[in-house]
Ligand binder design. Structure first.
Ligand code: ATP
Length: 327
């Protein structure tokens, strides 16, 4: 009979110590993420895990109590020294090492199946565990959520991409990392420099030669300036050239409208929001002295997020290298 009781106690010790490591290794923020993805096991565990200190006190109290009981029962069937060695061996191997190593790997499954038992122990041990837990809460404060830095998230995504069992592929890794980094990049870093912008002076005449040059360049938006490129007055959309007769002055065609002006230090997330809000694809970038330094388009931002050069039907290596067309 005593042997059966000892076996029962070792099993309980295993459960307490396995759950201590297993359940407490599941952070509340991790469980909340799983719950929002519909994980029923996480939902069950969260009910006891959210009061971390109460759970810890219950499991540790239970563990220490059954370990003490094992020693007491062993001394009733063996001499003191033998009982001490047997108790140590039983508790360390079957009550600690094996359960902790196993439950740690299957914490969600084991935890969800044993929540009801933990609740029973919480009720039994409430008079001691609850005040202890409240004391710990008061001294240590609330459990802090796990907040990861951008670099850590990038490392995590990299690690997942490298792992054969992960569903994250190389493209997803690149785009996630691009999305995390683009808000640290400034317009200055992605813009097309002023010297390389294909722009037109407002008084030019749209003759055959110029129309062909515009076609060869292939840009959809062509800044229009007065006298000097630093003095932008609007944008010519090449669609506006459809049906235009040769010899028409540019000023009769282009749309003189307010353009989007941004500082060279603006971050790409802010620039993207600005372009979307203003329903335009092109922003003029200015330095601290309010001088035009370049242009940045939606494509420049998207390339930064995708970490990939986008080449459209009209992009030529020549155009991508920003070769200027002197008029
Ligand atoms: P869309 O793709 O809408 O037809 P687009 O091909 O003319 O437009 P974007 O795709 O917006 O141009 O930009 C592609 C690249 O060309 C970007 O690096 C951008 O900075 C640059 N770019 C756009 N317009 C000009 C221009 N007028 N002169 C020089 N570079 C330009």
């Amino acid at each position: 009979m005593t042997v059966l009781i000892i076996i029962g106690l070792v099993l309980m010790s295993a459960l307490f110590s396995g759950l201590t490591l297993g359940l407490l290794s599941l952070s509340t923020s991790h469980l909340q993420r799983k719950i929002s993805l519909g994980d029923e096991r996480a939902k069950k565990i969260y009910q006891v895990r959210r009061n971390g200190n109460y759970l810890l006190c219950t499991l540790l109290l239970g563990n220490v109590a059954v370990n003490a009981a094992i020693s007491i029962f062993l001394t009733s069937i063996a001499s003191g020294v033998v009982a001490m060695f047997v108790a140590t061996g039983l508790i360390v191997v079957f009550g600690e090492i094996i359960p902790q190593a196993t439950v740690y790997r299957h914490a969600l499954n084991v935890g969800a199946r044993t929540v009801w038992l933990v609740r029973i122990f919480q009720i039994i041990l409430w008079p001691v565990a609850w005040p202890l837990a409240r004391g710990l809460d008061w001294i240590l404060g609330k459990e802090l959520p796990t907040i990861w830095s951008k670099k850590e998230i990038e490392q995590l995504v990299e690690f997942h991409e490298d792992h054969p069992q992960s569903a994250i592929d190389e493209d997803e890794e690149r785009i996630i990392k691009g999305a995390l980094q683009y808000s640290d990049t400034t317009a200055k870093q992605v813009m097309t420099q002023k010297e390389n912008v294909f722009a037109l002076e407002k008084s030019v005449i749209l003759n055959d030669r110029l129309l062909r040059k515009i076609m060869v360049k292939g840009f959809t938006r062509i800044p229009v300036y007065k006298n000097d490129i630093g003095n932008i007055i609007g944008i010519l959309y090449t669609k506006q050239l459809i049906g235009v007769d040769q010899g028409t002055p540019l000023k009769e065609v282009f749309r003189k409208r307010e353009t989007v002006k941004v500082s060279e230090d603006i971050k790409l997330d802010a620039l993207l929001n600005k372009l979307v809000k203003r329903r335009t694809h092109l922003a003029f970038v200015y330095n601290q002295k309010d001088e035009l330094v370049g242009i940045a388009t939606l494509e420049d931002i998207i390339e930064e997020i995708l970490k990939r050069e986008i080449v459209d039907e009209y992009d030529t290596p020549l155009r991508k290298k920003n070769v200027i067309l002197v008029l």
